[in-house]
Every structure is written in C-alpha cells, then in structure tokens.
Write a protein that binds this ligand. Structure first.
Ligand code: PMP
Length: 395
C-alpha cells in the first residue's frame, strides 16, 4: 500500500507553475530573474470591476450562492455569448466555476468514462492532457505543425477518430502557440464532428478577445455541432482577473446539469464577490478592455522583431493570446558555454541559469522542439529578456 493514489502519482506537475516556482526561488536568493513563464496579464483589474467587488462586500453578498452561479450572473453570461459570439445559451445551460480550469475538469468528469479517448491537438495547454488522465480518459495527441501555424486540420482529426473517441479539447486562440482558427477551418472540423456519433468538442475560448487578426469565431456557431459543443470561457485573460477565479461554460442542458451536480459536491459555487464583479466585467462593452489588447499587440510586434535577431531559432507571428512558441531544435546536441543542450528542457533550464530568463519547455505542451515565452510583461522587460537570451545563445 502506498500513501498516495495512482491518480496523483500518474499526474505531472504543471510545468508552467513549476518554472514560476523555480524563478521565484532564484529571485528570493537575490538573482535578477525575468519570468516569461506564466500566462498572466501584467495589467491590474480595471477600476469599474474593482468597484463592483467592493460594493458586493458592502452589500453583504456573503452567503452561499446557487451552485452554478447567481441567476443574474448567468443571464449576463448569456447576453455576453449572444453579443460577442452570436451564441444562444439559456441560464440553465450556463455553469460558473472557480476558474476555467474547474470548468474544464467539471465537464471531463461529467462526460468521460475510463478508456474513452479524448483528442488533444498539440501543442496543447498543459492542463488538458493531465485533466483527461484525471478523468480516466486516454489523451490522443494530434500534432499540428509549425508550417500550418500550429493549427490541426479537419483531415487530421478525422484520421484520429476511433470507436472510443468521445471528445476533442482545444483552445482558440491557442495557448501555447497563439494560433487562431478561421471560420472555414472550424467549419471543416465541425463537419467531421457532426458526422461522428457521440463526439463532443470542448472549445476553450478564454483568449477570444486577445485576437489580433480577426473577429473571434466560436465553434458552437455551426448548427450541426451546437449540441455537441461545450464552450468554455473565463475572466482571467481579457479582464486580468486571474486571482478572482471565475470561469464558465455554455453547454447542452444535460451537460450543464451534470457539471453543476459535480461542482455541488466539491467546491459549491465560486466566490460570491467574484461573481458580482464578473457581472460588471461581462456587461461592459468590450471596448473598455481594448487598451490591454492594443498593448499586447504592440508587444507582439516588438517581440517578433527582437526574436528574429536571435540566430537559428524558428518563430512565426502568433495571431492571438500572448505567447510565442519558438522552435529551438537547432540547439539540441550543441554545447554552449560548456553545457550540452540535449532538448527543450535543458535549454529552458540553461536560459534560467545563464540568461536569468524563465521560459517554459515545449515538452510540457506536447512539442519537444519548442519553448514558450509569454509576452504579458512591459516592453522594457521584454526587450531586456530577449536581449539576454540572444547574448546567451550567441556565446
Ligand atoms: N484555458 C487556457 C487555454 C488557459 O491558458 C488558462 C490559463 N492559463 C485557463 C484555461 C485557465 O484559466 P482560469 O484562470 O480561468 O482557470
């Protein structure tokens, strides 16, 4: 008998959180570390949202709330889905949770039986792979290529389908690559999904507003897959509300009810104050957060130009989110400053040690050739970080 369960023993620690922890430890030792490892906006919560949170405290929103969230919050989510995405969800199709992370695991636990296969396009967000395992499912990785801007095609999805396929999970725009799917690309995937009985899609759209090239396209917009889609979203990215912990789904009624049933047994509803603040965030016109998106866009272009000065890396211009996913495979097998770089893990540790810059190994995202760099930092910090990386790799 061991102390810990097989479930937890088989789980990987989140590589992004591990890297953030390592850089924090080095910082505590007085080393000037620049961390580009976490997916967290550097902006503060907008004042009008903070005011709503303060008012919620004063107005005594302090009791347990309905498990899927206050009704007026779910109504605000429904209006947001209509306004921004053209999607019709009634409040009983909406479940608010403690971050989109919980929204995802709720749905997986509600729908996946042991042995069910879940298609996870790679590069994927670390948590999908591990949450599928937690739910007893089998992650089936479908690899998107650098050449196709890290987007999977409908044909690739079709080829991965087996009688055990139950779901596909992807983020659009994508963490870690910034890939943003066009309507045509999604439509082609939707056709494959609709033609396969009992095949569902969890469409994580938490970066929808951070999209620099097109209006965001929701997967559930295609009538043939509306009933097969769970749309996931949250406030962490566009509203810089990571610590408030608020995510939500729009889903078929049966799935929303199952997610609520599960949530009722482990967290109950998310924090009442965060819920009141969320109403203010969701009711606001998206133009109120445009300044953050404009800043991300400006940094994206600056970082792209700077990265191009680093010899031998391959980099594409991401269309959304706030990450670069850089192919560093040229350096594998090479010795830099006396260190043999075997793989992306080695390279990210080497950069932390020598350049004092934290990036995350691509292995954590299902791509061994790359590292992920988050540009949710101010411009001066980004310039300094990339300069350090360039100098370190040049020597
Ligand atoms: N989905 C994706 C693609 C993410 O990048 C993140 C945050 N890193 C989340 C979900 C989780 O967001 P939340 O803070 O709402 O749990």
């Amino acid at each position: 008998m061991t102390v810990l369960s097989n479930r937890v023993n088989e789980l990987e620690e989140s590589a992004t959180i591990a890297m953030a922890q390592k850089s924090r430890t080095l910082k505590e030792q007085g080393i000037d570390i620049i961390s580009l490892s976490l997916g967290e906006p550097d902006f503060m919560v907008p004042d009008f949202i903070k005011e709503a949170a303060k008012k919620a405290i004063d107005d005594n929103f302090s009791k347990y709330t309905p498990v899927p969230g206050y009704l007026d919050l779910r109504e605000a989510v429904a209006l947001k889905f209509k306004r921004d995405n053209g999607l019709t969800y009634a409040p009983n199709q909406i479940v608010v949770s403690t971050g989109a992370k919980q929204s995802l695991i709720n749905v997986l636990l509600a729908m996946i039986n042991p042995g069910d296969e879940v298609i996870v396009p790679a590069p994927y967000w670390v948590t999908y792979f591990e949450q599928v395992k937690m739910a007893g499912g089998i992650p089936v990785v479908v690899k998107a290529t650098f050449e196709n801007d890290f987007k999977v095609t409908a044909d690739q999805i079709k080829a991965a389908i087996t009688p055990k396929t139950k779901m596909m999970i992807f983020s659009n725009p994508c963490n870690p690559t910034g890939a943003s799917y066009t309507k045509e690309e999604l439509q082609a995937i939707a056709k494959v999904v609709a033609a396969t009985p009992n095949f569902y899609v969890m469409s994580d759209e938490i970066y929808e507003h951070i999209n620099f090239v097109r209006k965001h396209e929701s997967f559930a917009q295609f009538p043939e897959v509306y009933d097969r889609t769970i749309t996931v979203n949250g406030l962490s990215k566009a509203f810089a509300m990571t610590g408030y912990r608020l995510g939500y789904i729009g889903a078929p009624v049966e799935i929303a009810a199952a997610a609520t049933k599960l949530q009722g047994q482990y967290t109950s509803a998310t924090c009442s104050i965060a819920q009141r603040a969320a109403i203010a965030a969701l009711e606001a016109d998206p133009s109120q957060i445009q300044y953050m998106i404009d800043a991300f866009n400006a940094r994206r272009l600056i970082v792209f130009d700077l990265l191009k000065t680093i010899p031998n890396i391959k980099v594409n211009l991401p269309e959304g989110a706030f990450y670069f996913f850089i192919d560093v495979s040229y350096y594998f097998g090479k010795t830099i400053q006396g260190h043999l770089i075997k793989d992306a893990n080695d390279l990210s540790l080497f950069l932390l040690d020598k350049a004092h810059v934290a990036v995350v190994t691509g292995q954590a995202f299902g791509d061994d050739n790359c590292v992920r760099l988050s540009y949710a930092s101010d411009e001066a910090t980004l310039r300094e970080a990339i300069d350090r990386i360039r100098v370190t790799l040049e020597n």
